[in-house]
Design a protein around this ligand. Structure first.
Ligand SMILES: [Zn+2]
Length: 291
Protein backbone atom coordinates (compact mmCIF):
# COMPACT_ATOMS: atom_id res chain seq x y z
CA UNK A 1 0.00 0.00 0.00
CA UNK A 2 2.90 2.29 0.67
CA UNK A 3 4.14 1.51 -2.80
CA UNK A 4 0.88 2.62 -4.31
CA UNK A 5 1.15 5.91 -2.53
CA UNK A 6 4.69 6.27 -3.75
CA UNK A 7 3.59 5.65 -7.31
CA UNK A 8 0.97 8.34 -7.07
CA UNK A 9 3.52 10.72 -5.69
CA UNK A 10 5.95 10.02 -8.49
CA UNK A 11 3.25 10.74 -11.01
CA UNK A 12 2.27 13.83 -9.15
CA UNK A 13 5.81 15.06 -8.84
CA UNK A 14 5.70 16.01 -12.48
CA UNK A 15 3.39 18.81 -11.49
CA UNK A 16 5.81 20.04 -8.94
CA UNK A 17 7.45 23.42 -8.87
CA UNK A 18 5.35 25.52 -6.66
CA UNK A 19 8.73 25.29 -5.05
CA UNK A 20 10.47 28.08 -6.90
CA UNK A 21 9.35 30.71 -4.45
CA UNK A 22 9.83 29.21 -1.12
CA UNK A 23 11.84 30.95 1.48
CA UNK A 24 10.13 34.29 1.88
CA UNK A 25 7.15 34.23 4.19
CA UNK A 26 8.68 33.55 7.50
CA UNK A 27 11.49 35.54 8.98
CA UNK A 28 12.91 32.35 10.37
CA UNK A 29 13.50 30.81 7.03
CA UNK A 30 16.27 33.17 6.18
CA UNK A 31 18.07 32.23 9.33
CA UNK A 32 20.17 29.17 8.71
CA UNK A 33 19.46 26.32 10.98
CA UNK A 34 22.70 25.77 12.77
CA UNK A 35 24.10 22.56 14.00
CA UNK A 36 24.75 23.35 17.63
CA UNK A 37 28.39 22.46 17.93
CA UNK A 38 28.27 22.16 21.66
CA UNK A 39 26.00 19.16 21.71
CA UNK A 40 28.11 16.63 19.96
CA UNK A 41 27.77 13.21 21.55
CA UNK A 42 28.50 13.34 25.19
CA UNK A 43 28.51 9.58 25.23
CA UNK A 44 26.61 9.64 28.52
CA UNK A 45 23.76 7.44 27.55
CA UNK A 46 25.22 4.97 25.21
CA UNK A 47 24.12 1.84 26.99
CA UNK A 48 20.81 2.06 25.28
CA UNK A 49 19.50 -1.41 25.01
CA UNK A 50 19.05 -2.31 28.62
CA UNK A 51 15.57 -1.07 29.25
CA UNK A 52 13.53 -3.55 27.32
CA UNK A 53 13.86 -6.59 29.49
CA UNK A 54 11.24 -6.23 32.19
CA UNK A 55 8.34 -6.64 29.80
CA UNK A 56 6.17 -9.73 30.23
CA UNK A 57 6.89 -12.32 27.59
CA UNK A 58 4.51 -13.49 24.91
CA UNK A 59 4.14 -16.83 26.68
CA UNK A 60 2.87 -15.10 29.79
CA UNK A 61 0.28 -13.30 27.82
CA UNK A 62 -0.75 -14.38 24.35
CA UNK A 63 -2.32 -10.97 23.74
CA UNK A 64 1.15 -9.56 23.42
CA UNK A 65 1.95 -11.59 20.37
CA UNK A 66 -1.03 -10.15 18.65
CA UNK A 67 -0.25 -6.58 19.51
CA UNK A 68 3.41 -6.75 19.06
CA UNK A 69 4.66 -5.89 15.63
CA UNK A 70 2.27 -4.81 12.95
CA UNK A 71 0.43 -2.16 14.99
CA UNK A 72 2.49 0.57 13.41
CA UNK A 73 1.53 -0.49 9.90
CA UNK A 74 -2.08 -0.89 10.83
CA UNK A 75 -2.14 2.56 12.38
CA UNK A 76 -0.61 4.00 9.28
CA UNK A 77 -3.37 2.57 7.16
CA UNK A 78 -6.06 3.79 9.45
CA UNK A 79 -4.94 7.38 9.67
CA UNK A 80 -6.82 9.40 7.10
CA UNK A 81 -4.94 12.06 5.17
CA UNK A 82 -6.96 15.02 6.41
CA UNK A 83 -4.22 17.66 6.24
CA UNK A 84 -1.81 18.97 3.65
CA UNK A 85 1.18 21.30 3.61
CA UNK A 86 1.05 24.52 1.65
CA UNK A 87 3.91 26.07 -0.29
CA UNK A 88 5.02 28.01 2.79
CA UNK A 89 5.27 24.83 4.84
CA UNK A 90 2.15 25.49 6.92
CA UNK A 91 -0.16 22.59 7.72
CA UNK A 92 -3.75 23.12 6.55
CA UNK A 93 -6.90 21.02 6.89
CA UNK A 94 -8.16 19.59 3.61
CA UNK A 95 -11.71 20.37 4.59
CA UNK A 96 -12.31 24.10 4.90
CA UNK A 97 -14.29 23.43 8.06
CA UNK A 98 -11.54 21.23 9.46
CA UNK A 99 -9.55 22.18 12.55
CA UNK A 100 -7.13 24.95 11.57
CA UNK A 101 -5.55 25.47 14.98
CA UNK A 102 -2.93 22.78 14.74
CA UNK A 103 0.84 22.72 14.85
CA UNK A 104 3.34 20.23 13.50
CA UNK A 105 6.09 19.36 15.98
CA UNK A 106 9.51 18.43 14.62
CA UNK A 107 12.89 17.64 16.21
CA UNK A 108 15.98 17.72 14.02
CA UNK A 109 19.59 16.58 14.10
CA UNK A 110 19.33 13.38 16.13
CA UNK A 111 19.46 10.71 17.16
CA UNK A 112 22.03 11.75 19.75
CA UNK A 113 21.24 10.51 23.25
CA UNK A 114 18.84 8.03 24.70
CA UNK A 115 17.99 10.25 27.66
CA UNK A 116 17.01 13.24 25.54
CA UNK A 117 14.99 11.12 23.13
CA UNK A 118 13.08 9.43 25.91
CA UNK A 119 12.57 12.79 27.60
CA UNK A 120 11.03 14.26 24.46
CA UNK A 121 8.87 11.22 23.84
CA UNK A 122 7.68 11.00 27.46
CA UNK A 123 6.38 14.53 27.10
CA UNK A 124 4.87 13.88 23.69
CA UNK A 125 3.10 10.84 25.13
CA UNK A 126 1.82 12.87 28.06
CA UNK A 127 0.21 15.27 25.58
CA UNK A 128 -0.86 12.51 23.23
CA UNK A 129 1.25 14.11 20.49
CA UNK A 130 3.20 12.77 17.55
CA UNK A 131 6.23 14.50 16.08
CA UNK A 132 8.67 14.03 13.24
CA UNK A 133 12.24 13.29 14.29
CA UNK A 134 14.39 14.38 11.34
CA UNK A 135 17.53 12.27 11.60
CA UNK A 136 20.97 12.44 10.04
CA UNK A 137 22.29 9.23 8.53
CA UNK A 138 25.72 9.45 10.13
CA UNK A 139 24.08 9.58 13.54
CA UNK A 140 21.82 6.63 12.75
CA UNK A 141 24.90 4.70 11.69
CA UNK A 142 26.53 5.38 15.08
CA UNK A 143 23.36 4.73 17.10
CA UNK A 144 20.86 2.55 15.28
CA UNK A 145 19.38 1.56 18.65
CA UNK A 146 18.29 5.16 19.21
CA UNK A 147 16.43 5.22 15.92
CA UNK A 148 14.65 2.07 17.02
CA UNK A 149 13.56 3.72 20.26
CA UNK A 150 11.98 6.62 18.38
CA UNK A 151 10.18 4.28 16.03
CA UNK A 152 9.13 1.71 18.60
CA UNK A 153 7.73 4.41 20.85
CA UNK A 154 5.42 5.39 18.01
CA UNK A 155 7.03 8.61 16.80
CA UNK A 156 7.71 9.39 13.17
CA UNK A 157 11.13 9.32 11.52
CA UNK A 158 12.06 11.93 8.92
CA UNK A 159 15.09 12.14 6.65
CA UNK A 160 17.49 15.04 7.35
CA UNK A 161 20.23 13.92 4.90
CA UNK A 162 23.25 11.79 5.73
CA UNK A 163 25.57 14.61 6.80
CA UNK A 164 24.51 17.90 8.27
CA UNK A 165 25.81 19.84 5.31
CA UNK A 166 24.45 22.31 2.79
CA UNK A 167 23.06 20.15 -0.01
CA UNK A 168 22.87 23.17 -2.30
CA UNK A 169 26.64 23.26 -2.39
CA UNK A 170 26.88 19.68 -3.64
CA UNK A 171 26.38 18.24 -7.10
CA UNK A 172 22.91 16.86 -7.67
CA UNK A 173 24.31 13.34 -7.62
CA UNK A 174 25.96 13.89 -4.25
CA UNK A 175 22.93 15.60 -2.79
CA UNK A 176 20.60 12.82 -3.93
CA UNK A 177 22.94 10.25 -2.41
CA UNK A 178 22.67 12.15 0.88
CA UNK A 179 18.94 11.54 0.69
CA UNK A 180 18.82 7.94 -0.53
CA UNK A 181 21.51 6.71 1.85
CA UNK A 182 19.31 7.78 4.74
CA UNK A 183 16.28 6.04 3.22
CA UNK A 184 18.39 2.90 3.03
CA UNK A 185 19.79 2.94 6.54
CA UNK A 186 16.43 3.77 8.09
CA UNK A 187 14.75 0.98 6.14
CA UNK A 188 17.49 -1.44 7.18
CA UNK A 189 17.14 -0.41 10.81
CA UNK A 190 13.39 -0.17 11.38
CA UNK A 191 11.91 -1.73 8.26
CA UNK A 192 10.23 1.36 6.82
CA UNK A 193 11.46 4.37 4.90
CA UNK A 194 10.86 7.97 5.98
CA UNK A 195 8.03 9.84 4.30
CA UNK A 196 9.24 13.31 5.22
CA UNK A 197 12.42 15.14 4.25
CA UNK A 198 13.93 18.34 5.58
CA UNK A 199 17.27 19.56 4.20
CA UNK A 200 19.92 20.71 6.66
CA UNK A 201 19.70 24.51 7.10
CA UNK A 202 16.49 24.43 5.06
CA UNK A 203 18.75 24.69 2.03
CA UNK A 204 17.74 22.97 -1.18
CA UNK A 205 16.90 23.46 -4.83
CA UNK A 206 14.44 22.15 -7.41
CA UNK A 207 16.56 19.14 -8.38
CA UNK A 208 16.73 18.07 -4.75
CA UNK A 209 13.01 18.58 -4.28
CA UNK A 210 12.26 16.46 -7.33
CA UNK A 211 14.53 13.68 -6.05
CA UNK A 212 12.89 13.80 -2.64
CA UNK A 213 9.45 13.47 -4.18
CA UNK A 214 10.65 10.66 -6.39
CA UNK A 215 11.62 8.84 -3.22
CA UNK A 216 8.05 9.17 -1.99
CA UNK A 217 8.67 11.91 0.55
CA UNK A 218 7.17 15.26 1.38
CA UNK A 219 9.82 18.01 1.27
CA UNK A 220 9.63 20.69 3.92
CA UNK A 221 11.59 23.31 5.75
CA UNK A 222 9.53 25.00 8.50
CA UNK A 223 7.38 28.01 9.26
CA UNK A 224 8.12 28.54 12.96
CA UNK A 225 11.72 28.40 14.15
CA UNK A 226 12.16 28.00 17.89
CA UNK A 227 15.74 29.24 17.57
CA UNK A 228 16.64 26.56 20.07
CA UNK A 229 19.88 26.04 18.16
CA UNK A 230 20.89 29.66 18.56
CA UNK A 231 23.27 30.93 21.25
CA UNK A 232 20.52 33.21 22.54
CA UNK A 233 18.47 30.23 23.72
CA UNK A 234 21.22 27.99 25.00
CA UNK A 235 20.19 26.61 28.41
CA UNK A 236 17.06 28.81 28.32
CA UNK A 237 13.97 26.67 27.92
CA UNK A 238 11.75 29.70 28.56
CA UNK A 239 13.20 31.41 25.47
CA UNK A 240 12.47 28.39 23.32
CA UNK A 241 8.84 28.57 24.48
CA UNK A 242 8.62 32.32 23.93
CA UNK A 243 10.14 32.12 20.45
CA UNK A 244 7.59 29.54 19.37
CA UNK A 245 4.67 31.48 20.87
CA UNK A 246 5.87 34.72 19.25
CA UNK A 247 5.57 33.17 15.80
CA UNK A 248 2.58 30.99 16.44
CA UNK A 249 -0.04 30.74 13.73
CA UNK A 250 -2.61 28.14 12.79
CA UNK A 251 -0.69 25.45 10.94
CA UNK A 252 2.76 26.39 12.27
CA UNK A 253 5.42 23.89 11.29
CA UNK A 254 7.66 24.14 14.34
CA UNK A 255 11.38 23.51 14.06
CA UNK A 256 13.05 22.27 17.20
CA UNK A 257 16.11 20.12 17.90
CA UNK A 258 17.23 17.30 20.10
CA UNK A 259 18.78 19.61 22.69
CA UNK A 260 18.65 19.54 26.50
CA UNK A 261 16.87 22.89 26.89
CA UNK A 262 14.30 21.90 24.32
CA UNK A 263 13.65 18.69 26.24
CA UNK A 264 13.17 20.88 29.33
CA UNK A 265 10.90 23.32 27.49
CA UNK A 266 8.61 20.83 25.82
CA UNK A 267 6.08 20.06 28.55
CA UNK A 268 5.36 23.71 29.27
CA UNK A 269 5.32 24.57 25.59
CA UNK A 270 2.78 21.89 24.77
CA UNK A 271 0.68 22.86 27.79
CA UNK A 272 0.64 26.49 26.61
CA UNK A 273 -0.22 25.53 23.06
CA UNK A 274 -3.00 23.36 24.35
CA UNK A 275 -4.38 26.20 26.49
CA UNK A 276 -4.42 28.42 23.41
CA UNK A 277 -6.61 25.86 21.71
CA UNK A 278 -3.98 24.26 19.49
CA UNK A 279 -3.75 20.58 18.88
CA UNK A 280 -0.82 18.58 17.55
CA UNK A 281 -1.27 17.29 14.05
CA UNK A 282 -0.35 13.66 13.50
CA UNK A 283 2.32 13.79 10.78
CA UNK A 284 0.81 10.67 9.23
CA UNK A 285 -2.39 12.57 8.53
CA UNK A 286 -0.50 14.97 6.23
CA UNK A 287 -0.66 14.30 2.49
CA UNK A 288 2.75 13.57 0.99
CA UNK A 289 2.32 16.21 -1.68
CA UNK A 290 2.36 19.95 -0.95
CA UNK A 291 -0.31 22.12 -2.51
ZN1 LIG B 1 19.43 20.30 11.13
Amino acid sequence: MFRTTAAIIIAASLLLSACGVQEDTSAEKTTPENEPASTVQSGLNDSSETAETDQPTAQDNPELTKDKEPTEDKQKQKIAKTYHMNENYYIKPNDEHGEKKVVLLTFDDGPKEKEMINGLIDTLDKHNAKAIFFVNGYRVESHPELLKIIHERGQIIGNHAWDHEDLKKMSTTQAVKQVTDVQDIVKDTIGVEPEFFRPPFGSGNDALKAAVQKNGMLYMTWSNGSLDWDKSTKNKPEKVIQNVLDQLNPGSNILMHELPWTVDALDELLTKLDKKGYSFVDPRSIELEAR
